[in-house]
Design a protein around this ligand. Structure first.
Ligand code: UDX
Length: 460
């Protein structure tokens, strides 16, 4: 066995997380090789463009490739020979009983182990169940080549906190970097790889706002990731429950949230009421943390409530439509936005999917428009329009589900002229309610000073 390998970085898995890690590690000066086994995705990445939408990512990919710092391969031997630190960024889709499915992580770990001929540090960025560091170590150990000693590698947990739509900035300008591992030397080396970010010394760095470095053990690092996401998801569910109460007492959730957020103990972030959270992380992570609690005989009461309240928002929105459009069957409903949030083409666990499905099941005629999403795989029959104005043509109701900038600023007078009905449901509390009403339309948000016509919900 060689005593030392290259000092480069390998990134295994080139999805939403891995591609950002690879491009940004190259941007701060490292030699990086990204691994992708899907040929179609690999070809795209090699040509310097990602196969999903993420602002600023393609520029970074191209710059890294042109600088000779970034390459992509499907060959683990090449990647392992060119690296000392391996970031494991393989996806962990939802699996059975709430636990994430670690099939892809297991396969990647085996490929890494089989191609390991020199000491390596394996850094887990994939969100794996708490305690996975030990399981991962055993998996890699079980396939190591004969000339490699079992202690030739260490596993360090380095959870990611990247938001889709701002992942490049989140990586380069984080608030904290968490490293969990039992081997201090390995943790030190990973911290050294992050040094340009920790010190904000890379070109374009922000030396006045340097991130905190949290060094801890592996299980704690893994738990930090779950706890952070579960807290944010719970915070959103909390404000959505308050929004519903606001509707009963005729209070305005925007003002409530604003005033709450002025208290720095609460903070204004993640207090935006609406149709609730979606995406690939919150639902899966809350479920996984709840499953971990249950596996130990603990009842995860707050986590369960956060999930329940979130699902309730989707039903609540359908219910609002039902109350106004009587009957819902045969009514034309125009959905504005399909992605789970703006600036992404991702529809995983998007509220729009549940809402569109429920409306279709109830016989409504549903069409949708999203600036980036042109089809929902789960709903092949959902028709989409080419722009917002042609979407609202002869609609009985218009529903905002993703607060894209281009949708916030619609010309509501034009919208009103095109519609058959006059109902606007703002599922993200993103429209200027006065502008909507000034166009002669009926406005209803989520906990936002609801004043139904004639004080009652009436058929029209
Ligand atoms: C999240 C975490 O923020 C990130 O740290 C983690 O590592 C991955 O999961 P992401 O899923 O990309 O990131 O999106 P995020 O911006 O957190 O939004 C998640 C969902 O919550 C979206 O559907 C968004 O619309 C919703 N949301 C967010 C609200 O409903 N209200 C808010 O105040 C904030």
């Amino acid at each position: 066995m060689k005593s030392r390998g290259s000092s480069g970085i390998a990134v295994v898995g080139s999805g939403y997380v891995g591609t950002v890690v690879a491009a940004c590690m190259a941007a701060i000066g490292h030699e990086v090789v990204g691994v992708e086994i899907n040929q179609e995705k690999l070809t795209k990445l090699q040509s310097g463009s990602s196969y999903f939408y993420e602002p600023g990512l393609d520029e970074r990919l191209r710059a890294g490739i042109e600088a000779g710092l970034l390459t992509f391969t499907d060959d683990f031997e090449t990647a392992m020979a060119g690296s000392e630190i391996v970031f494991l960024c393989v996806d962990t889709p939802p699996g059975a009983n709430g636990h994430p499915d670690v099939t892809n992580v297991t396969a990647a770990a085996k490929s890494i182990g089989m191609a390991m001929h020199s000491p390596h540090i394996i850094v887990t960025k994939s969100t794996v169940p708490v305690g996975s560091g030990n399981w991962l170590t055993s998996t890699i150990e079980s396939v190591l080549p004969d000339d490699v000693e079992p202690d030739a590698f260490s596993v360090v947990s380095n959870p990611e906190f990247l938001r889709e739509g701002s992942a490049v900035n989140d990586f380069l300008y984080p608030e904290r970097i968490v490293l969990g591992g039992d081997d201090p030397m390995a943790v030190r080396k990973v911290a050294a790889a992050y040094k340009p970010i920790l010190d904000q010394t890379f070109p374009g760095g922000s030396p006045d706002s340097r991130p905190s470095l949290v060094k801890t053990d592996r299980s704690t690092a893994e738990t930090i990731k779950y706890a952070a996401n579960a807290f944010l998801a719970t915070k959103i569910s909390f404000i959505n429950e308050i929004a519903e109460i606001c509707e009963w007492v005729d209070a305005d959730i925007d003002e409530v949230a604003h005033a709450m957020g002025l208290d720095s103990r609460i903070s204004s972030k993640f207090l935006q009421a609406g149709v609730g959270w979606g995406g690939s992380c919150f639902g899966k992570d809350v479920e996984a943390l709840a499953a971990t609690a249950r596996a130990h005989g603990q009842e995860p009461m707050i986590l369960q409530a956060a999930q329940g309240v979130n699902l309730h928002q989707r039903h609540r929105l359908v219910r609002k439509l039902q109350q106004h459009l009587r009957p819902l069957r045969g009514s034309r409903v125009a959905l504005l936005g399909l992605a789970f949030k703006p600036n992404t083409d991702d529809t995983r666990d998007a509220p729009a999917i549940t809402i569109a499905r429920e409306l279709l099941e109830r016989g409504a005629i549903v069409r949708a428009y999203d600036p980036l999403v042109k089809q929902i795989p789960e709903l092949p029959n959902l028709q989409t329009a080419t722009d917002a104005y042609s979407l609202v043509e002869r609609a009985d109701a218009v529903v905002l589900l993703t607060e894209w900038d281009e949708l916030r600023d619609l010309d509501f007078v034009d919208v009103a002229l095109r519609m058959r009905g006059d109902l606007v449901i703002d599922g993200r509390n993103a429209f200027d309610a006065d502008r909507v009403r000034a166009a002669g339309l009926v406005y209803e948000g989520m906990g936002r000073g609801v004043k139904p016509r004639n004080g009652k919900t009436e058929p029209w």
